[in-house]
Design a binder for this molecule. Structure first.
Ligand SMILES: [Zn+2]
Length: 455
């Protein structure tokens, strides 16, 4: 059935084409047909008029999410994760292989793709680097690429063996797919559960030093120099890591990197219940009160850990100057039980899809980040980093769209998340900016005003 829509009136922002103006978008048969000012409606077009204050962008692309299925369906399923993604404006989500079984075989990739076929987001599986993510023996990488993997990673864990990492890079190079590293020197980090510094000492928690990330990244970059293979650093969290990636890009190495909203916005002080750092500053500048949090709130426990204000500033600078390609959520849903325990025993991770945009918009409202840069880091920059067919409103592209009101205030109520993971340190905070509609292949898969099934 032919379906044609004319979306009019919103600010259309597509960094892939350098387009930023109020205008119209014509969608036909699930694809972008035309974009421009004052398009004439065709006879068959359903006209959707949007407020001029709303922003229409390509659907967001997330290079790093944990959907937990197969194996951990109490935390999330592919359906519930994709529904959460749609609510957050994400239309393409790359899911990590640390499931049970690990996504290290063509059969598991096929299972994930099959489970995702009617999901309200495009799910692109990342395959494991090593069998069982055990770090001993390479998975069958060519077979995994053939089955539809978009990248390789043992995320959740680093590839500790330099020899195995070298082989992984060498095997991935002819496949053209990136190796994605969770940069953590496990020996150095040990049992660390939060950033190593004064606050960890005060709280009596084992520290996870910034050097634990920098050491692993520096090793990997040496191996990229050796092999020439594509490499992507997941969830940068330290100023040192930003400097290493900047230098590697200057050398012309085929390196890309991502940063999460929480590492840009939150600091280790949050673990002590003191909500300081870029998000708190930005909300305060908007006149939005940020009440103190609870000490040892396990919702702040994430890997790598929340770091210092200086690290946040370096990450933001890296995002603005293009050192860091993409914003990725590292959406990591957990059950309440996984988090309702002592800090040291709690699971690492934040349920990130549904708060990503609103939390990041605080930086835009506070004048710290330009909206086109933010949108580029959520759309075209991740798509180009991994050669994904997404992230643009160019004619012919799939009609994957995110439409948001940049100003609408709302309060984060995890109980209302589509995600099964209610674990967020932002619970109860008021943020400004809200996804209103998400379209996937010319179909509305989320509308804040509409009725949608919960999963
Ligand atoms: Zn990781």
């Amino acid at each position: 059935m032919s379906e044609t829509f004319l979306l009019r009136g919103a600010r259309i922002l597509d960094p892939a084409q350098g387009y930023d103006a109020h205008g119209d978008l014509l969608i036909r048969d699930g694809r972008i047909y035309a974009l421009g000012p004052d398009l004439a409606p065709t006879a068959d077009a359903a006209v959707v008029t949007l407020p001029a204050s709303w922003v229409l962008t390509p659907g967001f692309v997330d290079l790093h999410a944990h959907l937990r299925e197969p194996g951990f369906e109490a935390k999330e399923t592919i359906q519930s994760g994709a529904a959460a993604a749609a609510r957050g404006g994400f239309t393409t989500i790359c899911c990590m292989p640390n499931t049970q079984p690990v996504t290290d075989s063509a059969a598991t990739i096929a299972y994930v793709r099959d489970r995702a076929k009617d999901a309200p987001a495009r799910v692109r599986p990342i395959a494991a680097i090593s069998k069982g993510e055990a770090g001993k023996e390479l998975a069958e990488m060519a077979e995994l690429a053939e089955a539809g993997a978009v990248a390789f990673s043992d995320d959740g864990r680093p590839v500790s063996s330099s020899r195995l990492m070298r082989s992984a890079l060498a095997y991935a190079a002819p496949l053209g797919l990136p190796i994605v590293e969770h940069c953590q020197d496990e020996d150095l980090v040990g049992a660390g559960v939060m950033h190593e510094g004064a606050i960890a000492t005060l709280l009596g928690l084992p520290g996870w030093p910034a050097a634990g990330e920098d050491v692993m990244l520096a090793r990997d970059l040496a191996l990229v120099r050796l092999t020439g293979a594509k490499y992507h650093a997941a969830h940068l969290s330290t100023a040192g890591a930003v400097a290493l990636v900047r230098q590697a890009k200057r050398e012309g190495l085929p390196v890309s990197a991502e940063v999460t909203p929480h590492h840009l916005l939150l600091t280790d002080a949050w673990v002590a219940g003191e909500r300081s750092g870029p998000l708190a500053d930005a909300l305060a500048a908007l006149g939005i009160a940020v009440p103190p949090g609870a000490r040892y709130d396990t919702a702040t426990k994430v890997n790598p850990p929340l770091r210092t204000t200086d690290d946040c500033a370096a990450l933001l600078e890296g995002l603005r100057d293009g050192t860091i390609d993409a914003i990725a959520t590292d959406h990591a849903p957990h059950t309440t039980v996984d988090k309702a325990c002592e800090y040291a025993d709690a699971a690492f991770g934040i349920s990130g899809f549904e708060t990503a945009l609103a939390s990041l918009l605080a930086l835009v409202h506070a004048g710290r980040l330009e909206l086109p840069t933010l949108v580029a880091a959520l759309t075209v920059r991740p798509a180009r980093a991994w050669n994904l067919d997404a992230g643009t409103l160019a004619p012919g592209a799939a009609a994957d769209l995110t439409i948001f009101d940049p100003d609408e205030p709302w309060t984060v109520e995890p109980g209302r998340f589509a995600s099964r993971g209610k674990n967020t340190p932002l619970a109860g905070l008021t943020l400004r900016g809200r996804v209103r509609q998400t379209w996937l292949g010319g179909r509305r898969v989320y509308d804040v005003g509409g009725e949608y099934p919960s999963f």
